[in-house]
Design a protein around this ligand. Structure first.
Ligand SMILES: NC(=O)c1ccc[n+]([C@@H]2O[C@H](COP(=O)([O-])OP(=O)(O)OC[C@H]3O[C@@H](n4cnc5c(N)ncnc54)[C@H](O)[C@@H]3O)[C@@H](O)[C@H]2O)c1
Ligand SMILES: [Zn+2]
Length: 386
């Protein structure tokens, strides 16, 4: 299989970096790190969790050692609730115990939780050391590992303490997806639909055609045909995300246009409310995004912005991702309340990403969405089966 190299071109050339996509790329982690890190880098602090390390840790560590790095590893507990300040403190203690120096680096091996936490530790340890992302979930490969947003959750809210800290490189080994649980795959596929919906008709069609194939053939990530289709899809998504990040590295709040980084939050307003009202226990993040993007489409349709046929295409695409947890028992008033308390307000109001058509998003001030349209849209999507 061919190797894909995608460059994230940032305004400061020194911060630009490469994303490498390849089956079996893990064995090249050491060589790739040697290319992108400082010549003086001697030590690498590998951060992962038990689940992922058991599967891929040894291969990653061996590749780094063979390239001449001194490798120390530390495993955080698995799960979103451990993406916390407490875990961050432990990670920082580990970096200092292994005497990581400013010219050394952190390598994050895992899903978005490990990537966000390890990346944030790298951003603040000694005011910033280099880090390399090795994402092992579909969601992290197409989204979380690209773009330099790193964060932890606090009692105040999700991802509210963080930084922009670009990785030196991202290494995507498609083969790691072979061990991904089905729900995690569904979650990543929903994020693919979200990303494609705001990107272009072309990316949307490519995504749907992959989804049709994977659902009709009952193929699994262990099969070759699946891997080949998936790596093409991942490359197309990474290219899109890289282009958005290149044009809006730090998510300029003044920007409302369809190529601003903000459009990547499509579906996330409702998704965060769904996650909050279920105590982050019911949904995988991407599954909540699947529902969230349909709510945003429903609002768009009711505001006269989006054609019904477009809504139907998106609805079908989300269905093809897999079966999400039920929502028909959720109290709509509680979701409205969670939306009213969303911490991501700007100038006192929520900004919704709506859709004019597939490939064209529009940022809309929450005050311009009548409450009955919001309520009816939530009900139409979430209580559909009741
Ligand atoms: N920084 C960003 O721009 C950004 C963007 C999107 C999401 N995120 C963050 O990403 C997180 C969600 O990431 P996620 O969906 O990857 O979840 P996750 O990191 O919790 O991983 C999901 C589960 O899969 C396991 N796993 C990971 N790779 C595996 C593999 N190859 N085989 C078997 N099991 C594997 C993990 O141990 C975990 O149990 C959230 O915290 C979210 O806020 C960040
Ligand atoms: Zn997301």
């Amino acid at each position: 299989m061919k190797v894909e190299r995608i460059r994230v071109r940032l305004p400061a050339r020194a911060r630009s970096y490469e994303i490498l996509i390849e089956e079996g790329a893990l064995v090249r982690l050491g060589a790739e790190s040697a290319l992108c890190l400082d010549k003086a880098a001697r030590r690498v602090a590998l951060i992962s969790n038990r689940t992922v390390f058991k599967l891929y840790g040894e291969r990653a560590a061996r590749s780094l050692s063979e390239a001449g790095f001194e490798v120390a590893h530390w495993l955080m507990s698995d799960g979103e609730r451990h993406k916390s300040l407490k875990t961050l403190e432990r990670a920082l203690e580990f970096l200092s115990e292994v005497k990581l120096e400013r010219s050394d680096a952190v390598v994050a091996l895992g899903g978005g939780v490990v990537g966000d936490l390890a990346g944030f530790a790298a951003a603040v340890y000694m005011r910033g050391v280099a880090f390399v992302q090795v994402p092992t979930t579909l969601l992290a490969q197409i989204d979380a590992s690209v773009g330099g947003k790193v964060a932890v959750n606090t009692s105040v809210g999700k991802n509210l303490v963080g930084a922009f800290h670009q990785p030196r490189a991202v290494l995507i080994d498609i083969n790691t997806l072979a061990t991904l649980p089905r729900r995690e795959l569904t979650s990543g596929l929903c994020e693919c639909v979200k990303q494609a919906a705001v990107a272009s008709r072309k990316l949307f069609e490519e995504t749907v055609s992959f989804l049709e194939k994977q659902s009709s053939e009952a193929v699994s990530p262990k099969q070759n045909s699946f891997a080949a289709g998936l790596s093409q899809l991942i490359a197309a998504h990474v290219k899109f995300k890289a282009s958005i990040v290149a044009g809006d590295e730090r998510e300029d709040l003044a920007r409302m246009d369809s190529r601003s980084r903000r459009v990547l939050n499509f579906g996330h307003t409702t998704a965060h409310a769904l996650e909050a009202v279920t105590d982050y226990r019911r949904f995988r993040h991407g599954e909540a995004v699947g529902y969230g993007l349909l709510v945003a489409c429903e609002i768009s349709k009711r505001l006269g912005m989006l054609a019904i046929s477009e809504l139907e295409s998106l609805s079908r695409a989300v269905c093809l991702c897999g079966r999400p947890p039920r929502t028909d028992d959720l109290d709509i008033a509680l979701i409205e309340e969670a939306l009213a308390h969303d911490k991501k307000r700007v100038g006192g109001s929520l900004k919704w990403v709506l859709l004019e058509r597939i490939g064209r998003a529009r940022v809309v001030d929450g005050r311009d969405i009548p409450p009955e349209i919001l309520r009816d849209s939530l009900r139409a999507v979430l209580h559909k089966s009741s």
